[in-house]
Design a binder for this molecule. Structure first.
Ligand code: KG4
Ligand code: ZN
Length: 366
């Protein structure tokens, strides 16, 4: 591979779920990061009538939007295709119809403009998302909490992640969404549940604390989901729904903090008390209670705490562009026949080694 050019200016494309996003990010030789544009077109309105993301609708919407969103990202950055040094597209994991749209678009740009293509793992995008707005050197401990993923990772460098724990059933965002639905809230449920919970009395309802006392760093939310659904069925008053929402939010945040605390202890021991940096990323990191509880957990263990700005917590293309730019700076790129992958664990070895992380027929889900 050829040595790196000093500045990478990368167009990022994200189409793995229900956001069509494009962004331009510039990465300097000292790791200076500048987001020149970040455009996100949400499909929430298209999926809302169905109470969740419909893959076929998502794929069609991405096809309709991708050209104009990419053009808008370049226009906002004040650049033309000729000024880019590379194009990065999410190649998985995600809804494969959508992934194919962004990846194919990226390949077309790469081919037409003679640019290197970087096929980015969406999770690697979330892993670097906090680096878009703050200087966070490698290594760091990452809690990745989104609608499809819930895992603790030791992020040792570009593309080098070691998984310390993962969910054995649902992801945290999935739990928020499903419980929100039983409370009669619209999709996406996480932000709606957070709003409902404002001012609620979390102590009113006792909810199960999952995996308490287990020595690993895994997560489980299915028991909480069932208990909350049962309680929700019997509610008649708005104030009861508010208090249950607060109890659910507190229970999810508590589990995230408790498992993160375990991971921090193991990480600190493995590193001899050095590099104590804890980062949370993914859509659920937008939740204020979750942030507050995790920040306190980090402080207790002597870790610094970073969460990305809200716009970089949920899906966006700036994080994909940065993940691509970091790889490009190391001289890495991918062939034009890079495949779209519905499942693509960040730490493949850990995923294969642990059968409890493979609830689905097709392998690890979250
Ligand atoms: O990272 P993301 O945009 O997409 C995935 O890669 O999954 O995360 C979306 C998830 C959804 O489950 C959504 O309900 C949740 O993040 N979420 C929240 C909040 N904002 C988004 N959950 C709780 N509180 C929030 N404020
Ligand atoms: Zn995501």
């Amino acid at each position: 591979m050829s040595p790196a050019t000093p500045y990478q200016t990368v167009l990022g494309l994200e189409t793995s779920c229900d956001e069509t996003a494009a962004a331009v990010v510039r990465l300097g030789p000292e790791g200076e990061t500048e987001v020149l544009s970040s455009v996100v077109a949400s499909q929430i309105a298209a999926h809302a009538p169905y109470g969740g993301v419909v893959p076929e609708i998502a794929a069609r919407a991405h096809v309709e939007m991708i050209d104009q969103i990419a053009a808008e990202a370049l226009a906002q950055a004040g650049l033309g295709y000729g000024q880019l040094t590379g194009v990065a597209a999410t190649a998985g994991p995600g809804l494969v119809g959508g992934v194919m749209v962004g990846l194919s678009f990226g390949k077309a740009v790469a081919l037409a403009r003679g640019l290197p293509l970087i096929a980015v793992n969406h999770l690697e995008g979330h892993a670097v998302s906090a680096r878009l707005a703050a200087h966070i050197p490698y290594p760091f401990l990452l809690l990745l909490v989104s609608g499809g993923h819930c895992q603790l990772l030791s992020v040792e460098g570009v593309g080098a992640c070691r998984r310390l724990g993962s969910t054995i059933d649902d992801a945290a965002g999935e739990a928020f969404d499903k419980i929100a639905k039983t409370l009669g809230l619209p999709y996406p449920g996480g932000p709606a549940l957070e709003k409902l919970a404002e001012g609620g009395d979390a102590a009113r309802y006792a909810l199960p604390r999952m995996l308490l006392g287990r020595k690993d760093c895994d997560f489980s939310f299915s028991g909480l989901k069932t208990a909350a659904a049962r309680l929700a069925e019997g509610l008649t008053e708005d104030i009861e729904r508010r208090d249950l929402a607060a109890a659910v939010q507190t229970a999810i945040a508590a589990q995230l903090a408790e498992r993160s605390d375990r991971a921090m202890a193991a990480y600190a021991q493995a590193r001899g008390g050095q590099d104590l940096s804890f980062v949370v990323a993914g859509g659920v990191a937008a939740n204020k209670t979750v942030r507050r509880v995790l920040e306190a957990a980090a402080a207790k263990r002597g870790f610094s705490f970073t969460a990305p700005p809200l716009a970089y917590c949920t899906d966006n293309a700036a994080m994909i562009a940065l993940a691509g730019a970091e790889r490009l700076a190391l001289g890495q790129s991918d062939p034009l026949d890079a495949a779209a992958r519905p499942r693509w664990p960040l730490d493949e070895a850990a995923s294969l080694a642990n059968p409890t992380h493979q609830p689905g027929r097709k392998g690890a889900k979250a």
